[in-house]
Design a protein around this ligand. Structure first.
Ligand SMILES: Cc1cc2nc3c(=O)[nH]c(=O)nc-3n(C[C@H](O)[C@H](O)[C@H](O)COP(=O)(O)OP(=O)(O)OC[C@H]3O[C@@H](n4cnc5c(N)ncnc54)[C@H](O)[C@@H]3O)c2cc1C
Length: 546
C-alpha cells in the first residue's frame, strides 16, 4: 500500500481537504461574499520549482541520515502560516534548507550537532512544521555556511509508562495521533489537542509552549512537563522527575518556549490523565449588540469561580456565524466539563447559572450530560452549536489552503490581556485592523473568540477574512498583521499567547520582554550553543559563532 504523502506547500495530505465539488461550492460562496468570480491558483508541483543548489556536501559518516532531495528541501522550507502558503503558491522557495536530516536516535542528533557547530551550519529543529510564526524557516541571514532542517519524526515512541505516578517518558518527535494511539491501551491520555494536533509533535508543543485542550488551569503544554531531556552543542541536559520543586528557577521552563534556539528536546516525561468518562456541556446564546460584552462578563465570572471548565469558548456573533454555530446576531458561549472520576451535574449547573446571570440564554436540550463515552478530540458535545463549531474548527486548516488559492486573505492572530483592559483593548484592536482592512483590501471582517481564559483575563483569538489582490496578498497581510501587532503592543497585550515568537513576532517580542531578561537569554544561548548554530533568528537576532 502506498503511504499517504503530505503536501509540501500547505496543510495535510495531498489527497485530503475539500473534494472538487466542495471546492466549487466554497469558491462560489466566497465570490458572492467578496465579489467574483474567484479563480483558484493551481497548487505547486515539485518539478516546477527551481531550487538553489545545496551549498553543503553531505559528509560520508552522516549520509544515512541526511538528504539533498528537492522534495525534502521544499517540504522543510516553510511552516504553515498564511504567509507560508502564499509564498509556496507563488513558487517562491528561496529560504529552502541546503539539507534535511532525519536522525534515528539521540546519537544521530549529537553527531549532527557536532558537525554543524564545527562547519558553521545553522540547524533548524523541525517537529511537525506547523509553526505559524516563521519558526522553522531557514532564514538565518549571512554568517552561516549553510542550513540544515532537522526533522525529528523518527523519535516517535512512548518509551516508558509510570502508571503509579501517571506519567510517561515520550520521544519528542511523536505526532499527536501516534502519541494518543500509544497511550490509549493504558487507559491514559495527554489530552493536549491544539488545532494542529494531527501534524504537530510533542517536542514542537514544548518548544513553543503550545496552548491546547484545556481552556482554563492547564492552558499551556508546560503544565504537563515533569522533566526534559535536551541535546545541546555543549552536551546533554536532563532535569529530574519531580511533581514540583522550589529549587531555584525551573530548568524545564527555560526550554519550554525556547523554540529550538537553546537545544533539541529529545524526550520528556509528561504528566498524563485518565481518559475521561463523564462529560457535561452547554452552549449559551447571547443575542443582540451587547451579546459579546455580556458573554465576556459570563466568562469572567466563570474563570473566577473556581469551577475550571475544560472548555470555555466565547465566540462573537461573526465567529459563531462563520462556523455555523450561530446566525450572525448571537454570541455563543461553549462550556464543557470532563472527568474520569465523577459526574459533573453540579459543575455544569453552576456554570450555566453564572452565564444566565450575565444574560445568557439556554436553548432547549442543554446542558448535555454524558457518562461512559470514550475520550475524543475534546471539544465538547458533537451536536448542536458546539458540534457545528467543533467540525468547523477541525476543517479550518484544510479550508485555509483553498482560501489562499482564491486570494482571500485568511489568517489569525492571538494575544492575552487582563480583564480590566479587555473592552478597550478589543475595541482598539478591531478599529486598527478594520481600518487596515478598508485601506488595503476595501472590505473584510475581523472576528474574535476566547481560546483560553484565566481568573485575571482572557486570551482573545482574532480571525481576519478579506478579499486579497492576486499577487499582493502577502504584502496586504503583512500590513494588516503589523497594524494588529502595533495595536496589541500599544493597548497592553502580549504579541502571542500560544503561537510563539519565531521570526515573525521578533520585533514586538524584543520590545515586550525586559532588557535584563534579554541579556540573560543571550548569555544562556552562548553557554549552550557557543557557535550560535541553533535556529538563528528566532527569539534573538542571529549570532553566528565566534
Ligand atoms: C492550522 C493550525 C492550527 C494551530 N493551532 C494551534 C493551537 O491550537 N495551539 C497552539 O499552541 N498552536 C497552534 N498552532 C501553531 C503550531 O501548531 C504550534 O506552534 C505547535 O506547537 C508546533 O508544533 P510542531 O511540532 O509542528 O513544531 P514545528 O512547527 O516543527 O516547530 C515549532 C518551533 O519549535 C522548534 N522545535 C520543534 N521541535 C523541537 C524539538 N524537539 N526541540 C527543540 N525545538 C523544537 C522549531 O525549531 C520551531 O522553532 C497551529 C498551527 C496551525 C497551522
Amino acid at each position: 500500500m502506498r503511504a499517504r504523502r503530505r503536501k509540501f506547500w500547505g496543510w495535510g495530505y495531498e489527497d485530503g481537504g475539500p473534494t472538487p465539488e466542495q471546492e466549487h461550492g466554497i469558491t462560489k460562496a466566497l465570490a458572492e461574499r467578496f465579489g467574483g468570480p474567484l479563480e483558484l491558483v493551481a497548487p505547486p508541483r515539485v518539478d516546477e520549482i527551481e531550487l538553489r543548489p545545496p551549498r553543503v556536501a553531505i559528509p560520508e559518516a552522516l549520509a544515512p541520515v541526511l538528504s539533498h532531495d528537492p522534495a525534502d528541501r521544499l517540504a522543510h522550507t516553510y511552516g504553515k502560516s498564511y504567509r507560508d502558503v502564499i509564498r509556496a503558491l507563488r513558487r517562491c522557495f528561496d529560504p529552502a534548507p541546503d539539507l534535511v536530516a532525519f536522525p534515528a536516535d539521540e546519537g544521530d542528533v549529537a553527531a549532527l550537532l557536532d558537525w554543524a557547530s564545527e562547519a558553521r551550519i545553522a540547524v533548524i529543529p523541525y517537529g511537525g512544521g506547523s509553526s505559524v510564526v516563521g519558526g522553522v524557516e531557514p532564514d538565518v541571514g549571512e554568517g552561516y555556511a549553510g542550513t540544515l532542517s532537522m526533522d525529528l519524526r523518527q523519535l516517535d515512541r512512548v518509551l516508558e509508562i509510570d502508571r503509579v505516578s501517571r506519567a510517561a517518558r515520550i520521544q519528542a518527535g511523536v505526532y499527536g495521533p501516534a502519541l494518543e494511539d500509544q497511550l490509549r491501551p493504558h487507559g491514559l491520555t495527554l489530552r493536549h489537542y491544539p488545532q494542529s494536533f494531527e501534524f504537530s509533535t510533542l517536542g514542537g508543543w514544548i518548544a513553543t509552549r503550545s496552548g491546547g485542550h484545556y481552556a482554563t488551569l492547564y492552558t499551556h503544554i508546560e503544565e504537563f512537563v515533569e522533566s526534559l531531556r535536551v541535546l545541546t552543542p555543549t552536551g546533554v541536559l536532563e532535569s529530574r522527575r519531580l511533581p514540583g520543586s522550589g529549587a531555584g528557577p525551573d530548568p524545564n521552563r527555560l526550554f519550554a518556549g525556547s523554540e529550538g534556539a537553546l537545544g533539541i528536546i529529545t524526550e520528556a516525561w509528561m504528566r498524563l490523565q485518565d481518559r475521561p468518562r463523564f462529560r457535561a456541556s452547554a452552549a449559551l446564546r447571547f443575542p443582540g449588540p451587547d451579546g459579546f460584552a455580556q458573554g465576556t462578563e459570563a466568562v469572567r465570572a466563570l474563570a473566577q469561580s473556581g469551577l475550571f471548565p475544560s472548555n470555555c469558548r466565547l465566540l462573537d456573533a461573526q465567529e459563531a456565524a462563520t462556523s455555523g454555530a450561530g446566525d450572525g446576531d448571537v454570541a455563543i458561549l461553549l462550556i464543557g466539563f470532563e472527568s474520569a472520576d465523577h459526574p459533573l451535574d453540579a459543575w455544569i449547573a453552576r456554570a450555566v447559572e453564572l452565564a444566565r446571570d450575565a444574560g445568557g440564554e439556554l436553548p432547549d436540550g442543554e446542558p448535555r450530560l454524558s457518562a461512559g463515552a470514550g475520550a475524543g478530540a475534546g471539544e465538547g458535545a458533537r451536536t448542536g452549536a458546539a458540534g457545528a463549531w467543533r467540525s468547523a474548527f477541525l476543517n479550518a486548516p484544510y479550508l485555509r489552503d483553498l482560501l489562499a488559492r482564491a486570494s482571500v486573505v485568511s489568517e489569525t492572530f492571538e494575544t492575552a490581556v487582563p480583564w480590566d483592559r479587555f473592552a478597550a483593548f478589543d475595541a482598539g484592536v478591531r478599529q486598527a485592523v478594520g481600518e487596515a482592512l478598508r485601506e488595503l483590501c476595501g472590505a473584510g471582517t475581523v472576528s474574535c473568540r476566547f481560546t483560553h481564559v484565566y481568573p485575571d483575563g482572557p486570551a482573545p483569538y482574532y480571525t481576519v477574512l478579506a478579499p486579497g489582490r492576486r499577487g499582493g496578498e502577502l504584502e496586504q497581510w503583512d500590513a494588516i498583521k503589523a497594524a494588529a501587532a502595533d495595536a496589541i503592543e500599544r493597548l497592553g497585550g502580549t504579541i502571542t499567547h500560544h503561537h510563539s515568537v519565531g521570526r515573525d513576532h521578533r520585533p514586538w517580542y524584543d520590545r515586550e520582554r525586559p532588557d535584563g531578561f534579554a541579556r540573560a537569554l543571550v548569555a544562556a544561548k552562548r553557554a549552550l550553543d557557543p557557535a550560535g548554530v541553533l535556529n538563528p533568528g528566532v527569539l534573538l537576532p542571529p549570532q553566528p559563532g565566534r
